[in-house]
Design a binder for this molecule. Structure first.
Ligand SMILES: Cc1ncc(COP(=O)(O)O)c(C=O)c1O
Length: 402
């Protein structure tokens, strides 16, 4: 029997490092360790009752068959209404794509548009899946670093330097996973000025964390503040984070019709339609009461403040205060070269995360996974009690480094 061999495409791709950290933490927990995992990126809240009820009703009504490949008309209409209501953006239902999660939306867009040699500008630190999805689709990721000193944001001059005649896409993500950085309207306009000079560049804006912003941050998205880019922008969003529906698997995007049609073609030959029941639940999510979103964001803001304060009290850590999402991205620059009680020298953020897990049983994700070192990411989508315990352990760990 011939041994299994991976495809050449797959050889270029690495498995998700955030899922790997969660798996490692689970394994230690199985061994009886009291592990606190701050690795996973999902809200700890339940899906609201009205959304669950809508799903049950859909089952009882018999909404259990194949649907239109890229979404039922009712959900597409609810998405158009959402974009109008919340973002001031006009889209027709023919401009809308629905897929089993935000992740496949991005994947479909890359598969539908990239040829070998096409470049995709990805601001770092980035969500772990962007580069690998670009590679899977045959494209080339080009990284543009946003430094901590400028809030981890992509600056216009950095964007300008990253663009070449081969650039097909810029992927924007605001608020960002992993840094929590969110772009103001003025910052998006400044990036827009650069993009206007490069008409070959399309923009994919990943607005997944739109509803998780703090301190009265005024959220905007690029097609809204730079209307000249509307015709080459794919505005992507989903119900996973805002509505605590990670397991339901519904993501969506709106953009120019030819791109949407091409994405539908990919979906028709891969996943087919997203779950019919989850689609009806998403209709209720988008059309139903929205007040709980702000209430939950306020809870996340309190947790952010707790975590930022406690981490800034850990020896050698500096933690900036992010505008949104549920992540912080502190630096461990001052801890590089220190020695842990085990004898291990901390030479990288990966060493830091590894030793922290071994010594204090706290799982975090090292910054190298997100393309910017030496940092680590904490997901604070868990209770204040757990966060307090985790941050105390991190403080103890940092104090033990010599
Ligand atoms: C920035 C960002 N985009 C997209 C997604 C994917 O969302 P979904 O779970 O709907 O596929 C995530 C999930 O972690 C994310 O952090």
């Amino acid at each position: 029997m011939a041994a299994f061999s991976e495809s050449d495409t797959l050889k270029r791709v690495k498995p998700s490092p955030t899922l790997a950290v969660t798996a490692k933490a689970r394994e230690l927990a199985r061994q009886g360790k009291k592990v606190i995992s701050l690795g996973a990126g999902e809200p700890d809240f339940d899906t609201p009752e009205n959304i669950c009820d809508a799903a049950v009703k859909a089952i009882k009504r018999g909404e259990t068959r194949y649907t239109d490949v890229d979404g039922i008309p009712e959900l597409k209409a609810a998405i158009c209404e959402k974009f109008k209501r919340e973002n001031g953006l006009d889209y027709k239902t023919t401009q809308v794509h629905v897929a089993p999660g935000g992740k496949p939306v991005i994947y479909n867009a890359m598969m539908a548009s990239l040829n070998p040699g096409d470049e995709v500008v990805i601001p770092a630190p980035y969500w772990v899946s962007y580069p690998d999805m670009v590679l899977l689709a045959g494209g080339t990721p080009v990284f543009a670093v946003g430094e901590m000193s400028t809030g981890f944001k992509l600056l216009p001059e950095t964007l300008e330097a990253a663009i070449t005649p081969k650039t097909k896409w810029l992927i924007l993500n605001s608020p960002s996973n992993p840094s929590g950085a969110a772009y103001t309207g003025a910052e998006l306009k400044a990036l827009g000025e650069v993009l206007k000079r490069h008409p070959q560049v399309w923009i994919l804006t990943d607005d997944m964390y739109e509803h998780l912003t703090f301190d009265n941050f005024e959220y905007t998205t690029i097609a809204q503040v730079v209307p000249e880019l509307y015709d080459r922008t794919l505005t992507m969003n989903g119900v996973s984070k805002a509505y605590s529906m990670t397991g339901w698997r519904i993501g969506y995007a709106a953009g120019p019709e030819p791109l949407i049609k091409a994405m539908q073609k990919i979906e028709s030959q891969s996943t087919s339609n997203p779950c019919s029941i989850a689609q009806w639940a998403a209709v209720e999510a988008l059309n139903g009461p929205q007040d709980f979103i702000a209430e939950r964001a306020a809870i996340f803001q309190k947790r952010r403040d707790l975590v930022v304060a406690m981490l800034n009290n850990a020896k050698g850590i500096h933690c900036p205060t992010p505008e949104g999402a549920f992540y912080v991205y502190p630096t461990i620059k001052d801890l590089i070269g220190k020695q842990a009680p085990s004898g291990k020298i901390i030479n990288s953020d990966e060493d830091f995360a590894g030793e922290l897990l071994q010594q204090e049983e706290v799982a975090v994700v090292h910054g190298a996974a997100f393309g910017l070192s030496p940092f680590f990411r904490i997901s604070y989508a868990t209770s204040e009690a757990v966060l307090t315990e985790a941050c105390s352990r991190i403080q103890r760990f940092c104090a033990s480094l010599k």
